[in-house]
Design a protein around this ligand. Structure first.
Ligand code: PLP
Length: 408
């Protein structure tokens, strides 16, 4: 029976959390701050939980330097829930800005940047929600592909010239880090970084940051309308989703629905309802929010803020990629993402070359050494080492030693 120290967990999510945070959470689960009751047994309307959620919000605002004209919301439904919620809320916001008569209504364009599995799923959901409510009437919206790397199997990001943004789009949607394919927009101004400078004026930008949230500062945070992330990679346990949303987008979707021509927004997905109720419109996932609050405190107190976290994550990624590049030269492995600038710092994807038995041999050997959950996503196979914030540099070094040994 291995102990936590003997295991190196490279899971893509849910993923490892810092042991000291879990120890504190375990205590809080039994007896929160000497109340004699566990955190999950306390009312979400009581003063104790109010302090937890307000603390989490303040700490996240500090960690990411979130300006005052943005709200932070905690909600449920995961990243997948946001595939729907962003469409519903932004179509409503767009309708309020364009209150033409129903006969004159023109379905707004929604521009999607497809760089992997998750942005593709978000696009599919936008298509589904845009379908006309009954035959022979206009669609609610017109989702379009502004760029897609599907034909190249997601092995690189679009070049600046390959984007086709529409100046009339209601929004542009992208996924900052594609967890399954291991591709991420770089933050330096090289050819594959996200082309903020080419986004037409007035077009809102939405970003799915689920698997790179709080791994480094958010590039051009203030150019975004909405940034969202499921917690279960860098922040906390699954069950809570965090949103950073510009305040003018907190609109009354019922008012918009009265104008017609938009899909109705379920009440728990309306951002304004969430915001007006300080993320407590209905019962929130108290335990995931509590653990996330502890993780944020831990990061603020221990790691020199986001710059410190970024530094360590950069070192981990550089070490692992350089090890894999050496192994690639010996034809032992192949990195999935060919554009080295677009390689994810969080999810490192590669295949083991040679016969299919080689991959099994690699995974069996890894398992024996305590390296867990290295198997790639079921849709793509191969190997994926996820090296989120709670994976230590030491664990990455040990994995590199194993790769070197395996590929010798
Ligand atoms: C980038 C990204 N977006 C969205 C999702 C979907 O999140 P959830 O499973 O919380 O709905 C995931 C899940 O891993 C993800 O990695």
């Amino acid at each position: 029976m291995p102990t936590r120290d003997q295991v190196h967990n490279f899971a893509a999510g849910p993923s490892p959390l810092p042991s000291n945070v879990l120890e504190e959470a375990a205590q809080g689960l039994l007896n929160y701050q000497d109340t004699g009751m566990g955190i999950c047994e306390l009312s979400h309307r009581g003063k104790e939980f109010k302090a937890v959620i307000e603390g989490a919000e303040a700490d996240l605002r500090k960690l990411l330097s979130i300006p005052d004209n943005y709200s932070i919301l905690f909600t449920q439904g995961g990243g997948t829930g946001q595939f729907s919620a962003v469409v519903l809320n932004l179509l409503a916001a767009h309708r309020l800005k364009n209150p033409v008569k129903a006969e004159e209504f023109k379905p707004p364009i929604l521009d999607y940047v497809l760089t992997g599995s998750w942005s593709s799923k978000a696009y599919a959901e936008a298509q589904r929600l845009s379908l006309p409510p009954f035959p022979n009437c206009p669609a609610f919206a017109e989702p379009r592909i502004a760029a897609s790397m599907k034909s190249e199997k997601w092995t690189r990001l679009p070049k600046k010239s390959e984007y086709n943004f529409n100046k009339e789009a209601a929004f542009i949607y992208y996924c900052e880090n594609e967890t399954i394919n291991g591709i991420e927009f770089p933050h330096n101004s090289i050819s594959s970084s996200f082309p903020f400078e080419n986004v037409p004026e007035g077009v809102e930008i939405i970003a799915d940051y689920s698997s790179s949230f709080i791994s480094r500062p958010i590039l051009n945070l203030e150019k975004h309308a909405i940034i969202y992330a499921g917690a279960q990679k860098n922040l906390g346990p699954s069950g809570v989703t965090v949103l950073i949303i510009r305040n003018d987008l907190l609109i009354d979707t019922t008012e918009a629905s009265k104008l017609g021509c938009i899909p109705h927004t379920p009440i728990t997905y309306e951002y304004k309802i969430l915001s007006d109720n300080k993320s407590l419109y209905n019962t929130p996932p108290t335990f995931p929010i509590y653990v996330s609050a502890l993780v944020l405190k831990h990061l603020l107190n221990n790691k020199g803020g986001l710059k410190g976290i970024e530094n360590i994550n950069k070192q981990k990624a550089e070490l692992l990629y350089s090890t894999l590049e050496s192994a690639e030269k010996k034809n032992k492995v192949k990195l999935v993402v060919r554009d080295e600038n677009a390689r994810s710092w969080m999810n490192v994807t590669f295949t083991i070359e040679g016969s299919p038995e080689e991959e099994k041999k690699f995974l069996d050997g890894a398992e024996k050494r305590g390296f867990k959950q290295l198997k790639g996503h079921r849709s793509v196979g191969g190997i994926r080492a996820s090296i989120y914030n709670a994976v230590t540099l030491e664990s990455v070094k040990l994995l590199c030693d194993y790769i070197n040994e395996f590929c010798a």
